[in-house]
Every structure is written in C-alpha cells, then in structure tokens.
Design a binder for this molecule. Structure first.
Ligand SMILES: Cc1ncc(COP(=O)(O)O)c(C=O)c1O
Length: 463
C-alpha cells in the first residue's frame, strides 16, 4: 500500500538523486498508482447500498451542533439532565465493587437470569399470562437492539413493513437493511386549533387498510409515541389489531415510554388484545424506565417461536449484554416490585414528576408564540412555530427542510436546542413535519425556567 509518506520520500529522492529522470518517472508512476488505488478503494469499500439512506443521522448532526454552538439549554435529545433514582445507581456501584466477581463476567446470552425473572414477574400480570423468562424474553443492548433483532429476525427481501409517521428514525434503516420495503402512513391532526393534544393526531383507517397486502410482513407501532406523545386508545389499537389478524401480520410494539403516561390516559399493551399475543413482539427499555439512557439495556417479549428469531440475530450480533448493568436493572425492578402498590414506586411516580414539567413547557411555549401539541405520554412536545416565521430569517440556513433551518437558527439566536421532526418522516412526507420543532421536557426545573427566560428575551429582541 502507498502512503503519502512513501510518496513524499520518493519525491525527496528525486530532488536528491543522481539519476533524476528515472526517479521522476517512478514518482509520477507512484502518484498515478496511488490515485488509481484510492479510487478503486473508494469504489470497493463504499457503504453498502442497503445503508444508503441511513448515512445521515439527526442525532449525530445535532450532538455536533450542541458541541459547536453550546446552546444555553439543550432540549434536544431525550434524556434527563438530573440524577436517576438513588437505589438504581447504588445497585450498580455495589455490584461493580461487591464480593461476587462473576458479576463482572459474561452472563447468559439471551438475558441475565435475575433480570429475565424479574421482567417476567413485572409483565406477567400486566399482560394477563405467565411469561416464560427463559424462552419468551430477550435482553438486548437497549430497545434499539430489540428493534434491530425483531426486524432483522423477521423481515426478508421484498417484505413490506407498515410504519406510522412520524417514527423513531431507525425503523426505516433497519427495514431497508433487511431488504424490506417500508410503507408509510402519517398521523395527521384532525383539525388545527390552539389547544391541540396528541389525541388529535390520528390515522386514516381506510388509508391504513389500503397498505395491507399479501407482501405485508409487519407493522411497527409506537405507543406512547415519540415524538407526538400520542397514547393509542383501545379502539385505535383494535383497528390495527384487526388488520394484523386479517392479513396475518406481525406487530412490533415499541413501548419504551410505557411508564410515562399522563392521567386520564392509560397505556394499553396491544399484546393483550384478543388474538394479538401470538403475533406481537413488545419492546421495552431500562434506559427510559429508570432514567438511565446511558445504560443501553432493553428487552423484547413475545411467544417463544417469535423470540427464537430474535435470539438468532442477537447471538450473532452482540451475543450477550453487560452483566453488571443487567444485574443492577434486575435489582432495581426487585426494589420497585416490592413497593409496587405504594405511591413512591418509580414506575408510577415518574409520570407524576414529569406532569408539571410538561405543563410548564406547554405554557411557556404558548406564551412565546409556539402552538404546542400537549402530549398524553412520553417526554416530548412537538410545537408548531408557524406564528414565529415572520420573526426569524432562515435565509442563511442552507438546509433543505424548514424545520432544520428553524431549529438551527433558533439554537443560535435563542440558545435553545430542539430537534427537527422531519427526521421522523419518509422523504415523501417530510413537508408534514416542517413547521414543527421537538422539545424534550425531562429536564431540571431550573433549565426549564432558563428556557422561559431565553424565549422571552428572544421574543423581545424580535419586536
Ligand atoms: C420510540 C423509541 N424507541 C426506542 C428507543 C431506543 O431506546 P434505548 O435507548 O433503550 O435503545 C428510543 C430512544 O429514544 C425511542 O424514543
């Protein structure tokens, strides 16, 4: 292989050497070979076509943006900026330094026994059937890997997968990298008003039914929904379930925000609907459940015949997840299960803790010209910025979509970082997300108060 150092050295010999002509020829040959080699390398080692659309990531871009512009508040990515429950982090500290050295070594590939047993204990009563911890649950590297294993473990070349927009952006790439074909349908607001909630964003039933055909393998549901915060109602889930049953389609139910649901809404697991257990893979996340997103531990549960396919992908991809973290999540569930019926149980107190943050952010967004959709679940608010369009000059922002332009300019001018929702739409439907920005509210009260101050100052400058 020719490195630039090699070429530089040879050129150096050209100047110094006695038989200059020969060496000049050698140098130009080397340069030619180098450029031929570089272009053949570029050809041969380019990103495989199946990842073609996955090259651009809103997360990579906006984390970079945050590092560059250092906005005063970051309401972009979905994670808390305050500590998780003490018993959770204490468990991990004790495990790492405790007297069982094996807890720092590999554990069972499909899930640490203590964790799968606790997951079975937690979910069995919630889904109304006894979950088999060793055959019906898989522990994964975040919910992300559960989605990956479920999609790669079931989608074959040409299979169609129905995806509800806006959608958590990795679904699309996972489907296409498996050779599948995503078929998109967007949630749309029933009407536009100043008091919208996520319940106002609905699917057109006829349009949904028209997407099902003999090639449809799977539908991906996300409830509570990121980014809208929609909590699908029983009747909405029944429509989806009936179509899945009619067309013999699998449902992946991404329920990572299952514990963040605001009264009077209730989270309904589609796997509990009649005839749905057999065809549903439900995905959860310890990162979201215990406010430890950096732990990247998740799971999937489903009947054992479906789980087998996920296990095969998992065992040939990550094989086994971190033992101390699985042990800590297991102990955290034990702790919560022991106080399940008390108001302190974190599985229920989290939503109560988030509710005033949601209401405060909704209020300050409204006071400052945004039109937020009040979420019934999750910890994001999608807010329409159309009324602020005349206050912000986006002409200096080269991005293709207006929400990218707005969120970047807004971060630079107001110091508040948000996420552009078109990242959650397919190319054909991006216009549906262009007038919005996504705000995350699982943030310290002082940072939400700082957001209010920054919004007011920004607005005052624009008068
Ligand atoms: C809808 C949805 N699914 C899955 C994930 C991934 O969860 P994890 O961090 O456990 O991989 C996220 C993370 O933000 C999400 O919003």
């Amino acid at each position: 292989m020719f490195s630039w150092g090699h070429i530089r050295h040879t050129l150096h010999c050209v100047v110094k050497g006695r038989s200059g002509v020969i060496k000049l020829v050698q140098a130009s040959d080397i340069l030619k070979q180098h450029s031929r080699f570089s272009s053949s390398m570029a050809d041969k080692f380019k990103l495989p076509a199946r990842y073609g659309t996955g090259e651009k990531s809103v997360w990579v871009e906006y984390i970079q943006l945050a590092a560059e512009y250092k906005p005063a508040v970051n309401l972009g990515q979905g994670f808390p900026d305050y500590p998780p429950p003490e018993h959770v982090t204490k468990a991990l500290a004790e495990i790492a330094t405790g007297d069982n050295p094996l807890l720092n070594q590999y554990t069972r590939g499909f899930g640490h026994p203590r964790l799968v047993q606790n997951l079975a204990k937690l979910y069995s009563p919630l889904i109304g059937r006894e979950l088999d911890p060793f055959n019906e649950i898989l522990v994964t590297s975040g919910a992300y890997e559960a989605l990956f294993s479920a999609i790669l473990g079931h989608v074959d070349a040409g299979d169609e997968v129905i995806v509800i927009e806006p959608f958590f952006d990795c679904y699309d790439y996972m489907i296409t990298s498996a050779g599948g074909v995503p078929k998109f349908i967007a949630l749309k607001p029933k009407c536009k008003s100043d008091n919208m909630t996520s319940a106002d964003w609905v699917l057109d039933e006829q349009e949904l039914a028209s997407l099902f055909n003999s090639k449809t393998k799977m539908l991906i549901l996300n409830t509570p929904h990121n980014p809208l915060g929609k909590v699908f109602t029983r009747s909405e889930l029944e429509v989806i379930a009936d179509l899945c049953k009619k067309h013999n389609v699998l449902c992946i139910s991404d329920e990572v925000y299952e514990w963040m649901v605001y009264e009077p809404q209730k989270h309904i697991r589609i796997a509990t609907l009649p005839g749905m257990w057999e065809r549903t893979i439900t995905v959860g996340s310890a990162g979201k459940t215990f406010s430890v997103t950096g732990w990247k531990t998740g799971w999937a549960y489903a009947p054992s015949n479906l789980m087998r396919n996920l296990q095969v992908v998992h065992q040939n991809c990550v094989y086994t997840c971190s033992t101390p973290i699985q042990e800590a999540v297991a102990r955290s569930f034990e702790f919560e299960l022991a106080r399940y019926n008390s108001p302190e149980c974190y599985l229920f107190s989290l939503a109560r803790e988030l509710l005033p943050k949601r209401d405060y952010l909704v209020k300050i967004l409204k006071e400052n010209g945004f039109n937020p959709t009040v979420p019934e679940g999750g910890y994001f608010i999608v807010a329409d910025w159309t009324n602020l369009a005349n206050k912000i000059d986006l002409s200096s922002e080269p991005d293709k979509y207006k929400d990218y332009q707005f969120t970047k300019k807004f971060a630079k001018e107001a110091g508040v970082l948000t996420i552009p929702p078109t990242a959650f739409y397919s190319e054909a439907h991006k216009s549906l997300g262009e007038n919005y920005a996504r705000f995350c509210f699982i943030k310290k009260d002082e940072n939400l108060q700082l957001t209010e101050k920054l919004l007011k100052e920004w607005n005052a400058k624009k008068k």
